[in-house]
Design a protein around this ligand. Structure first.
Ligand code: NI
Length: 372
C-alpha cells in the first residue's frame, strides 16, 4: 500500500476508536504497533498512555521535537461517516486523530530519509491535552532536556485544505480557572435583616469582576473573564449562608495574567467586606499562552511555500493548549492546518478532509528535515 492509503487507513481506525484523556490505552498500543512495524524507534519511557518516537539522523544537527496530542472528547458523534466513532458518547471532535496520523506519517517519511537527516527528531504522542495537563506526563520523562525547539500543529476547520495559519506571537490564551466562595449568615427569607445574604454579594462580585477587563487591562490586549457557575441556597424562603462561583480567565500577556489574579483577589475580598460578608478566591492556574517564536515562524512559512501551501495569518484564539508548557522549556511554533471548512472543533459534526493527511505529514517532515 502507498503511504497515503496507509495513513488514511490508520486515520479511520483512530477515528473509530476515540479514547478520553488519560485513557488512551488502545490508541497508544496502536501507535506503537504501527511505528514498530515500520522500524521506528520508541523511547523507553514509562508512560501510562502516550509515547515518544525518535528518528536519529545520520548527520550531525539539532534535536527537535514535534508534539501530537492523541485524546478524544466526551461528545456523541453526529456525522454520517462510514468510519464514525464506535464508542458511545466519545468522539475525535478536536482532530487529534489527524494529529496522530500526521505525526506517524512524519516519522515514516523521516525514517526513509534518515541517511541525509541532520540531527534527531522526537515525535511526542501526548495524552490528555483536553485535561490541559497531559503535557506534564511527557515533561516528567525529561524528553525536552536536549531538545532545541518544538513544533506543534492543530486542525483548523475555519480554513480549506491546503491552507496553513502561521503567525508570530501569542496564538492561544492562558487558561486559568477560579472558584470564589462567599460566606454570609443564613436566616429566614422574610428576615434578611437577621443575617447577611451572600446572593447580592455574589451578584456585586460578578459585576465588579468585569471591570478588570474594561478598566485594568490595556485595551489592545485580549483578555476575558467568564463566571460560568453561580450557586446559592436550596429553597425559596431561606437565605443561604454561602454562595459559590466558578469560571475562567483567559489572557495572552504574561503581565496581564498576574494583574488579573491580583485584581480579582482584591475585588472579591473587598466587595464581600463592604457587605459585611467574607469571600475567598481560589486560583487554579492552567497552561500559559502559546507563543510562536519569530525565527521558527519564518522557517515554517518558507517550508510551507516550498510545499505549495497557502499561508494565512493564524487567528488567535482564547482557547488554550498545553503545548505552551513545552514552550516554558524551549521555543516553539504552533501551526494551524486547514482541514476543510465545516463544523468547528468540539462540535458533533466536526470532520477532517482526508486529503490533508499526507500533505501535512510531508510538510512536517520537511520542516523537521530542513535545518536552515
Ligand atoms: Ni485540540
Amino acid at each position: 500500500m502507498q503511504i497515503e492509503e496507509r495513513l488514511i487507513h490508520y486515520f479511520k481506525w483512530f477515528h473509530r476508536h476515540p479514547e478520553l484523556a488519560y485513557e488512551e490505552y488502545e490508541t497508544t498500543a496502536k501507535i506503537r504497533e504501527i511505528l514498530e512495524g515500520e522500524g521506528v524507534e520508541i523511547l523507553p519511557y514509562e508512560l501510562e498512555t502516550g509515547l515518544v518516537a525518535v528518528v536519529r539522523g545520520e548527520k550531525a544537527g539539532a534535536v527537535q521535537a514535534l508534539r501530537c496530542d492523541i485524546d478524544a472528547l466526551p461528545i456523541q458523534e453526529e456525522t454520517e461517516l462510514d468510519y464514525a466513532s464506535e464508542y458511545d458518547g466519545k468522539m475525535h471532535a478536536c482532530g487529534h486523530d489527524f494529529h496522530i496520523v500526521a505525526g506517524i506519517g512524519c516519522a515514516l517519511l523521516l525514517e526513509e530519509r534518515k541517511r541525509e537527516l541532520a540531527g534527531t527528531v522526537k515525535i511526542i504522542f501526548q495524552p490528555a491535552e483536553e485535561s490541559s495537563l497531559g503535557a506534564f506526563k511527557i515533561l516528567e520523562t525529561g524528553v525536552m532536556e536536549d531538545v532545541e525547539r518544538i513544533w506543534g500543529l492543530h486542525a483548523d476547520p475555519t480554513n480549506e485544505a491546503g491552507v496553513l495559519g502561521i503567525r508570530e506571537g501569542y496564538v492561544t490564551a492562558a487558561v486559568d480557572r477560579f472558584v470564589i466562595r462567599v460566606k454570609g449568615i443564613g436566616c429566614h427569607g422574610a428576615h434578611p435583616d437577621d443575617g447577611i445574604d451572600p446572593v447580592p454579594v455574589a451578584a456585586a462580585i460578578v459585576q465588579a469582576l468585569q471591570t478588570v477587563v474594561s478598566r485594568n487591562i490595556n485595551a489592545f490586549h485580549p483578555a476575558l473573564i467568564s463566571v460560568t457557575r453561580l450557586e446559592a441556597g436550596n429553597t425559596w424562603n431561606v437565605i443561604s449562608e454561602t454562595a459559590v462561583m466558578e469560571g475562567t480567565v483567559r489572557t495572552m500577556d504574561r503581565e496581564d495574567r498576574i494583574l488579573f489574579e491580583k485584581r480579582m483577589g482584591e475585588i472579591v475580598e473587598n466587595t464581600a467586606r463592604a457587605y459585611g460578608a467574607e469571600a475567598k478566591m481560589e486560583w487554579i492556574a492552567g497552561p500559559p499562552a502559546t507563543y510562536n517564536d519569530g525565527e521558527m515562524v519564518k522557517r515554517s512559512i518558507g517550508v510551507a511555500e516550498k510545499c505549495g501551501f497557502l499561508v494565512v495569518p493564524e487567528e488567535s484564539a482564547m482557547g488554550g493548549d498545553d503545548f505552551s508548557f513545552y514552550e516554558e522549556k524551549k521555543p516553539g511554533c504552533y501551526i494551524k492546518v486547514g482541514t476543510g471548512k465545516g463544523q468547528l472543533i468540539h462540535q458533533p459534526g466536526f470532520m477532517v478532509d482526508k486529503k490533508v493527511i499526507l500533505s501535512t505529514a510531508e510538510y512536517l517532515a520537511e520542516l523537521l528535515f530542513c535545518q536552515t
